[in-house]
Ligand binder design. Structure first.
Ligand SMILES: *[C@@H]1O[C@H](CO)[C@@H](O)[C@H](O)[C@H]1NC(C)=O
Ligand SMILES: *[C@@H]1O[C@H](CO)[C@@H](O)[C@H](O)[C@H]1NC(C)=O
Ligand SMILES: *[C@@H]1O[C@H](CO)[C@@H](O)[C@H](O)[C@H]1NC(C)=O
Ligand SMILES: *[C@@H]1O[C@H](CO)[C@@H](O)[C@H](O)[C@H]1NC(C)=O
Ligand SMILES: *[C@@H]1O[C@H](CO)[C@@H](O)[C@H](O)[C@H]1NC(C)=O
Length: 642
């Protein structure tokens, strides 16, 4: 007999009469709470323990929500955990989005339909390796020094307006109101932020209670050290910790016990893998360690949320950056070496973790669904279509002029690129040092239309010798590589954020063109390219748009085309679009991510349009190398320079 069956036999007589269905005979309303005497959560008045897993609705194509939640259940989870991402719901002040990919309510309802309860982390700050840690860029438009994550009214006013919109949508979804939400998190690892503003934490808790009622269970999460919980906890919420495999479990929960002397033990983020940065080796964690630490937590009757059970993809420009010793941008994939891979593939780690979870699950765990299908559609011929510098005037709105360069935030632009132009005056030494210490984050430098070098925050390179004449046109294409999402330096404005010098002369007189590559601008790109299939192949064309078209092979179900992975061998760095959808940044030459995930839901039977904005160099001197490949094999572990 399996250990699991033994356990179920032992537990059945206890749990069945006390289970949710039965309990409703005794208590009128569903309830969720904390039993401090018996160190456990309670569901409908009886002891309850969860094994939860994180799946972010904003990282999974909506068409796949249901599939990924089924995989989460098959991992053994009885609870789903997700963040709410403010910047995707309120991209501009007062403009709210709650449909399609942003239909949070539908995601939570789908979880409930599948029998999952929900732990919701409403932020407002979420980190999650997302742009600006989930905060909207426009918080920095009015004042780049806005004291984020504090009780300063410059932060609280927009926050309260957002919560007034968000929280009423959640109220009917609370467990006590017949929905799936059992707990809500106050802030996110707030102890890792310098502000230590208890008034702010109390304010968040008050707002949650005001909208959601006194009985909602609130909690905080911090790394497993006393100093972090010191600033991250509030009397208004239950304190929990987070830590990954290989941690001394007793010591970590010992830290939680310093702040909650009784009540359930909770690891709110149990890391089965870890995040990546462009240019740095792919992170992995051994399955053996992950399972061992998990079992140690289970042995202590702990509640565990696996962060992340399924990571998915930071499509478009939604990935954030970290600031360690260097500025480090996060890649497009959020595979995370998680048990459920980026495309839904169930890894060996999945089966091992499932095994561990089955030994404690008193709820039903479905059989794992079949592996997701993947197809190698083959090579796609690409064509050089249009240089960005030539095209940009037709793509961008009118240029904005200024003395010193303007930031993205001043231009009210969230993501993408800004093209800065300056006409050189006076006679200059040859060469002369161009000095752009305020570059955020990567700058392609052009003199009279020819690319002369690259500046990089990630590599701490802000100066470049250039050869210019009086009247030369100096241009810098500045890229936002993702606002910082963790730590003390969140006020990460983008573009060129301080004066530019040529030699000792401060350059005055700039023109800015916005290249957000948002849906409005992409429409213009597509129209431009459609009228301009030149076929004029030139490797020197970058930055330039390249396009290709492909049909699906006969036999592929056109109603649900199979997933694939985009390989860009020979291409350097840029952004890829399929049928107008921004798949995200590619940078195979820096790794570790080599392939981009292409969900089949973006494809159609015929005339799929692939567009690349290649920023550095395309392999297009010859037709037979000017191509990309749609493969069935992901590669996230390519060579890196660091
Ligand atoms: C703790 O558990 C005991 C035994 O199961 C039970 O009698 C008691 O009511 C529980 N305490 C609380 C606060 O529910
Ligand atoms: C599952 O657990 C059983 C018993 O604990 C063990 O024998 C088996 O190897 C495990 N399977 C996996 C895939 O880890
Ligand atoms: C570059 O400009 C900054 C001011 O923005 C200045 O402090 C620094 O010394 C300059 N660096 C060089 C190499 O000229
Ligand atoms: C630079 O000169 C060109 C050509 O005369 C002009 O169109 C452009 O507006 C000038 N740019 C700036 C920033 O003055
Ligand atoms: C795209 O960006 C432009 C320029 O920043 C802006 O005017 C436009 O409203 C944006 N479109 C969308 C759909 O966000």
């Amino acid at each position: 007999m399996s250990p699991r069956l033994l356990l179920m036999l032992a537990i059945l007589p206890v749990t069945l009469p006390a289970g949710r269905g039965a309990a409703q005979h005794f208590s009128a309303a569903p309830s969720f709470g904390i039993d401090y005497e018996n160190n456990t959560f309670t569901l409908d008045g009886v002891p309850f323990r969860y094994v939860s897993g994180t799946v972010h609705y904003f990282r999974v194509p909506r068409a796949y929500w249901s599939d990924r939640l089924l995989r989460l259940r098959a991992l053994g989870a009885n609870v789903l955990e997700t963040y709410v991402e403010w910047n995707s719901h309120e991209p501009e002040p007062g403009e709210y989005q709650f449909t399609g990919q942003q239909d949070l309510v539908a995601f939570l309802q789908e979880a409930q339909r599948q029998g999952l309860l929900v732990i919701l982390r409403t932020g407002p700050f979420i980190d999650a390796e997302r742009e600006f840690g989930g905060l909207p860029y426009w918080l920095l438009s009015a004042d780049p020094q806005t004291p984020l994550r504090t009780s300063d009214p410059r932060f609280l006013e927009p926050l309260d307006r957002w919560f007034d919109v968000l929280l009423p949508k959640l109220k009917p979804l609370l467990y006590e109101n017949g929905g799936p939400i059992i707990m809500l998190q106050v802030e996110n690892e707030y102890g890792s932020f310098h502000a230590c503003d208890y008034v702010y934490l109390q304010h968040l808790a008050d707002r949650l209670r005001q909208h959601l009622g006194e009985s909602a269970v609130l909690f905080t999460t911090d790394g497993d050290s006393q100093s972090l919980l010191h600033c991250g906890t509030t009397p208004a919420a239950y304190a929990t910790v987070d830590f990954g495999s290989g941690t001394d479990v007793a010591a970590a929960f010992g830290v939680q016990r310093l702040f909650e002397s009784s009540g359930p033990l909770v690891n709110s983020e149990y890391y089965p893998g870890w995040l990546d940065h462009w240019g740095y080796p792919h992170s992995t964690r051994s399955t053996e360690d992950v399972v061992r630490t998990m079992n140690e937590m289970f042995d202590m009757q702990a509640n565990v949320n696996v962060y992340v059970a399924h990571g998915g993809t930071s499509f478009g420009f939604s990935a954030g950056s970290n600031l360690g010793n260097n500025f480090q941008a996060c890649p497009t994939s959020y595979d995370y070496d998680a048990p459920i891979a980026e495309n839904g593939y169930l890894t060996d780690k999945f089966y091992a973790m499932r095994n561990a979870t089955l030994s404690v699950a008193t709820w039903s765990v479905p059989e794992p669904p079949p592996q997701p299908a993947v197809l190698a559609y083959g090579a796609v011929q690409m064509t050089a279509s249009e240089g960005l510098l030539a095209a940009v005037r037709g793509l961008a709105d009118d240029p904005v002029t200024s003395d010193d360069p303007l930031t993205f935030e001043q231009l009210r632009q969230a993501y993408g690129f800004v093209l800065y132009s300056h006409n050189v005056t006076g006679v200059q030494p040859d060469p002369v040092l161009l000095n752009v210490t305020g570059l955020r984050d990567r700058g392609y430098v052009f003199v009279d239309g020819a690319q002369v070098g690259i500046l990089s925050r990630g590599e701490n390179i802000y100066q470049l010798p250039v050869s210019v004449q009086e009247g030369s046109r100096l241009q810098i294409l500045a890229e936002n590589q993702g606002r910082i999402c963790f730590g003390n330096f969140l006020n990460d404005i983008k573009g060129i954020v301080s004066p530019v010098f040529l030699g000792s002369g401060r350059l005055s007189g700039w023109e800015q063109l916005s290249v957000p590559l948002n849906s409005t601008q992409l429409g213009r790109v597509e129209r431009l390219l459609a009228g301009r299939a030149t076929n004029r192949l030139t490797a020197a064309a970058a930055p330039a748009f390249f396009t290709g078209e492909f049909d699906l092979p006969a036999g592929v179900d056109a109603d649900s085309p199979t997933d694939t992975f985009l390989r860009l061998d020979g291409w350097r760095r840029g952004v890829a679009f399929v049928n107008g959808f921004n798949l995200g940044r590619y940078w195979p030459a820096q790794g570790p991510q080599v392939t981009l995930y292409v969900p089949g839901t973006l494809l159609k039977a015929a005339s799929n349009r692939l567009t690349l904005l290649e920023l550095e160099e395309a392999p297009c001197l010859a037709t037979d190398t000017c191509r990309v490949t749609l493969t069935d094999t992901p590669e996230l572990d390519g060579p890196t320079p660091h």
